[in-house]
Design a protein around this ligand. Structure first.
Ligand SMILES: [Zn+2]
Length: 229
């Protein structure tokens, strides 16, 4: 079919308008996805979850002496202290502040009831063999905010000094389309930090030397995201 010149111009103009509108919608969606309005209720809140605790020691070093639950708690408390010192406008809820066991569902309920803006679960890895380094897990559907939080934390930790950057990973170690329970059952963006391997003497030494620096790096990444305009 032949189009009149005016018809072609009309079609071109309509197409341009459509492209413009689509770009606006897409841009708005991207913006919403990458920079949620964390302070929409006037408050900024972070929930920090120290993994394991009580009767659940988590992983151990090869001698079975050093326990993951203790390292998780020490780092979590250090992140809390770093946030309180540098970013007092951010409210922090700890799922545990001592050697207490909580079910995973209790941890999620605490974060959800607190209406946290961000959720951080702190763990340490373990493996047979010589694996070492830090990795940060996000949900399998890779939400942009979770991804950015995880990458910012990893970048901060790399700046302090880690034995290896194992990257931001999605899903779980055994199931790329699954989620770690605490990430799948909390309502807010979050990540699970595996802060080196309990089974790596190098990672243990780095954590002991840099616990406060690691905590400040994590706090800085959290604040960078929450306080961004
Ligand atoms: Zn763990």
């Amino acid at each position: 079919m032949k189009h009149s010149r005016a018809g072609r111009r009309g079609t071109a103009a309509a197409a341009a308008v459509l492209v413009f509108v689509l770009a606006l919608v897409f841009g708005a969606l991207c913006l919403r996805e990458t920079t949620p309005d964390f302070a929409s209720d006037g408050l900024l809140r972070v929930c920090i979850d120290a993994g394991h605790g009580g009767d659940d020691p988590g992983a151990t070093d090869p001698d079975g002496v050093r326990l993951e639950k203790d390292d998780c708690l020490a780092v979590a408390l250090a992140v809390q202290a770093a946030l309180a010192e540098t970013y007092p406008q951010i409210e922090v809820l700890m799922t545990r502040s001592d050697d207490t066991f909580l079910e995973l569902a209790e941890r999620c309920a605490l974060a959800n009831d607190f209406r946290a803006d961000l959720f951080l679960s702190i763990h340490r890895n373990s493996a047979e063999g010589s694996a070492h380094g830090v990795e940060v897990w996000i949900p399998a559907d890779k939400p942009a905010v979770d991804k950015r939080l995880a990458q910012d934390i990893l970048d901060g930790l790399r700046g302090v000094g880690i034995s290896d950057d194992r990257g931001v990973k999605s899903g779980t170690a055994g199931n790329a389309s699954g989620n770690y329970y605490v990430l799948g059952n909390t309502d807010m963006p979050g990540c699970l930090i595996e802060l080196g391997f309990m089974t790596s003497a190098e990672d243990n030494a780095l954590l002991d030397a840099h616990r406060v620096d690691y905590a400040q790096a994590i706090a800085g990444a959290v604040a960078g995201l929450l306080l961004a305009d």
